[in-house]
Design a protein around this ligand. Structure first.
Ligand code: PLP
Length: 429
């Protein structure tokens, strides 16, 4: 039997040292079933992170497996040089769901590439290299998307061909505006945005990109309506708004199908990836036909919208719609929050429970302060793992726990995970 330890040694010798690994010691998974996943040594875990919110419906979902099995013997690949019925059907479905009028869809293989394409589209359309991004954001690992990622710990370089200004967003706990109520907080951020326009740009900004709830940033959640107020300022100046729905899409936030819908707006561009195909490699962006078609020059995407990922995405999205996965996210997310709220209120180490639906986070601090406490986050994560529960980590200082199970999660599984976490936090104090 291959062991986790053997794989770690081989991994370290041949893969980059900067490829982050969870857990000490790290784990290698062999197979999954429902919301459970088994490592190569046969240990079973309840998975409340779903491979970074990507296994959106769980493991071995018969409808998705069947769709992939039927496609696999036909062809894995044709490229965007040829017509593909499953890609067209998927584009029709996503265009319809997007809420963007007269929408067109371009498929990529990842969220990074989707955001890169959104930057290309908006900067070319507006003939400007000026972009606004949010502090504490994460939009991908490539050269362009690192330039719009407001997160020192994920940024290997500041070199960029874009001129980027970072504005205040949804991370309230460490904001200078943290003591304000929702409305005043939003107004303060809008006022700051006006100053950025007037003081730090030459006016002709191409676009703002934002995550409705910041994923890697630790599920930082702005007040509802926040982006509505921000977008008024953008609209006054003709600046396009890109909603990065890579983590918040497909009903994950419970109240809405897309994160942007909590803000009473329609974005000009929307990007998606992760959960769209329950783990198959697919991303993309949606924009109005007028904007999408405005890009001059030919383009291709060799792997974007490939047949295997497309049929998997079609099966995933249809399952989501047929089983009211959004409604389930709301109910199960509320149930988990009900478990956690009393212990968080009593805790001196876990200072905040935040997020929406099945996108919940716990932030850990040093007692009596808001100084980050990454050691406590690691302790909670490792004790959960020892109890057979996997959760994620994030936040600027690595002191936020991210909880985001596959959206098919059951009441029993929520109660099991809730009890495990409550016991750990109670012991921690
Ligand atoms: C909000 C957001 N956008 C973009 C990305 C990049 O996606 P990918 O890792 O598929 O390139 C991520 C990845 O975590 C993300 O969370």
């Amino acid at each position: 039997m291959t062991t986790n330890a053997e794989l770690l040694e081989r991994h370290r010798s041949v893969l980059p040292s900067w490829l982050a690994l969870y857990h000490d010691p790290p784990i290698s998974f062999d197979r999954g079933q429902g919301r459970h996943i088994y490592d190569v040594e046969g240990n079973r875990y309840l998975d409340f992170f779903g491979g970074i919110l990507t296994t959106s419906l769980g493991y071995d979902i018969p409808e998705i497996t069947k769709a992939v099995q039927e496609q696999a013997p036909k062809t894995f690949h044709t490229s965007t040089l040829y017509l593909s019925e499953c890609m067209i059907e998927l584009a029709e479905l996503i265009a319809d769901l997007s809420g963007i009028p007269d929408a067109k869809v371009f498929f990529t293989t990842s969220g990074t590439e989707a955001n890169d394409a959104a930057l290309m589209l908006t900067t070319v359309a507006r003939k400007s290299n000026q972009i606004l991004a949010m502090r504490n954001s994460y939009h991908g690992r490539s050269f362009t998307t690192i330039a719009i990622t407001g997160h020192g710990s994920w940024s290997p370089t500041s070199i960029s061909g874009m001129s980027v200004n970072y504005v205040h967003g949804g991370y309230r706990l460490r904001s200078p505006f943290r003591d304000l109520d929702d409305e005043s907080y939003t107004n303060a951020c809008v006022e700051d945005l006006r100053q950025v326009f007037d003081m730090m740009t030459s006016g002709d900004v191409a676009a703002m990109i934002a995550e409705p709830i910041q994923g890697v940033g630790g599920f930082a959640t702005p007040p509802d309506g926040f982006f509505g107020a921000i977008k008024k300022e953008l609209d006054n100046r003709g600046v396009l708004f890109i909603s990065d729905e890579v983590q918040t899409g497909w009903g994950r936030t419970g109240e809405n199908f897309w994160g942007y819908q909590a803000h009473g707006i329609t974005p000009d561009v929307m990007t998606f990836a992760k959960g769209v195909a329950n783990g198959l490699s697919l991303g993309g962006l949606v924009a109005s036909a007028e904007l999408m078609d405005s890009l001059p020059g030919n383009s291709i995407s060799t792997f974007g919208g490939n047949p295997v990922s497309s049929v998997g995405a079609l099966a995933t999205i249809r399952y989501m719609l047929e089983h009211d996965i959004q409604g389930r996210s709301l109910r199960m997310g509320n149930r988990l929050a009900d478990h956690l709220r009393p212990v968080v209120d009593a805790s001196e180490v876990v200072v905040e429970l935040r997020g929406k639906g099945l996108m919940l986070a716990l932030e850990t601090v040093q007692v009596g302060t808001i100084e980050p406490n990454p050691a406590a986050a690691i302790q909670i994560m490792e004790e959960a793992r020892a109890a057979g529960l996997l959760i994620g980590k994030g936040g600027l200082y690595g002191n936020v726990l991210r909880i985001a199970p596959p959206m098919t999660v059951t009441e029993e599984e929520i109660d099991e995970a809730g009890t495990t976490l409550v016991n750990i936090i109670e012991r921690l104090g």
